[in-house]
Design a protein around this ligand. Structure first.
Ligand code: TYM
Length: 329
């Protein structure tokens, strides 16, 4: 039998996990579990690249794990763990860093954006995409389900895999990004020309995966739209409405055309109410499961995941060490 193709993806435990993360990434992660060999990771080493208090990081990574379990990541189907508990990630990152021209990192838009927002420009933040490449290549993954904002990082990962293979022999498969056709870039509710983001200081800009139904309704009601009352899918003229249409389509399984046919001329109030109810219905079961999860049990699951991941990663890492001349003496 042909081996299943491998999927890897990760999320930073930086709090505020939102519907963009959910529709752009997590929901697809869950679906892929039945067809692929899936590996999902809470990438806590990445979260250290921006200032974060130790107790906050500690709490948020367990919270991130709980959100993913509540969404439907199933540790019986997927390898699921915390990145820092598998030291091979950092080791491979160092080795790949030695093949990464600084010119390539200078072109990374996410680094430039973060520094422009006032985040201290440390070496970890700069080398962030190298660690991300290591995450993906460590387990020899083929497919990486992510939102649109990770595209450039994925291109760099492929490039690094090729550089490594050319220099040391064929070790890494070249991974492909798996970007959903809709909701790959869910926009801010407060400023619909900017991406919805965990770090936006305005809490009304995003719907959290664990928001209460009332909070979801209030946030969608106050979402920024334009003054012309037509409900139309038009990113140029109507980014706020187009964003809500995509969110609603993805939460209901209906097409955007269908939604426009039903709500097109009924005014924004009616459309926003229906969009809010669609999001509430989609997220309510996730919120219920989240509240039911037991912290100690989740911690135990994550330890078990890390143990399995270390065993798998060590096998692969020996091949890398051997390729570069760092094998056991
Ligand atoms: P992170 O933690 O910012 O986001 C997790 C996932 O959510 C997607 N996403 C979005 N999708 C649609 N609309 C949005 N507004 C939106 N915001 C975020 C992201 O694309 C991502 O898929 N660098 C990664 C974490 C990472 C990783 C990896 C991912 C580290 N190593 C290896 C894949 C493979 C990040 O910061 O994602």
């Amino acid at each position: 039998m042909e081996a299943k193709r491998k999927v890897f993806s990760g999320v930073q435990p930086t709090g505020n996990m939102h519907i963009g993360n959910y529709l752009g990434a997590f929901r697809n992660w869950v679906k892929l579990q039945d067809e692929y060999d899936t590996i999902y990771c809470v990438v806590d080493l990445h979260a250290l690249t921006q200032p974060i208090e130790p107790d906050v990081l500690h709490a948020q990574r367990l919270d991130a794990a709980k959100v993913l379990l509540a969404v439907g990541i199933d540790p019986r189907k997927s390898l699921f763990y915390l990145q820092s508990q598998v030291p091979q990630h950092a080791e491979l990152s160092w080795i790949l860093g030695t093949l990464t021209p600084t010119g390539v990192l200078n072109r990374m838009t996410s680094y430039k954006d973060k520094v422009a927002r006032g985040i201290p420009a440390n070496v970890g933040l700069y080398a962030y995409p190298v660690l991300m490449a290591a995450d993906i290549l460590l387990h020899r993954c083929d497919l990486v389900p992510v939102g649109d904002d990770q595209r450039q990082h994925l291109e760099m990962t492929r490039d690094l895999a090729e550089r490594f293979n050319n220099r040391y022999g064929e070790v890494f498969p070249l991974p492909d990004a798996l970007i959903p056709p809709t909701s790959a870039r869910v926009m801010s509710l407060a400023e619909p020309t900017a991406k919805m983001s965990k770090s936006d200081p305005n809490p009304r800009s995003r719907i959290l995966i664990t928001d209460s139904p009332d909070d979801i309704r209030k946030k969608i009601k106050s979402a920024v739209t334009d003054s012309d009352p037509d409900v139309r899918y038009d990113w140029e003229e109507k980014p706020g409405i187009s964003n809500l249409l995509e969110i609603m389509a993805d939460c209901t399984g209906r097409t955007i055309d269908d939604l426009v046919a039903e709500y097109g001329s009924g005014g924004y109030g009616r459309f926003k109410e229906a969009a809010a109810e669609a999001v509430v219905a989609e997220l309510a079961p996730v919120r219920t499961r989240f509240k039911e999860l037991d912290d100690a049990e989740v911690a135990r699951l994550m330890q078990k995941g890390a143990l399995d991941a270390r065993t798998q990663a060590e096998g692969y890492q020996q091949e890398v060490r051997k390729a570069v001349g760092l094998n056991a003496v």
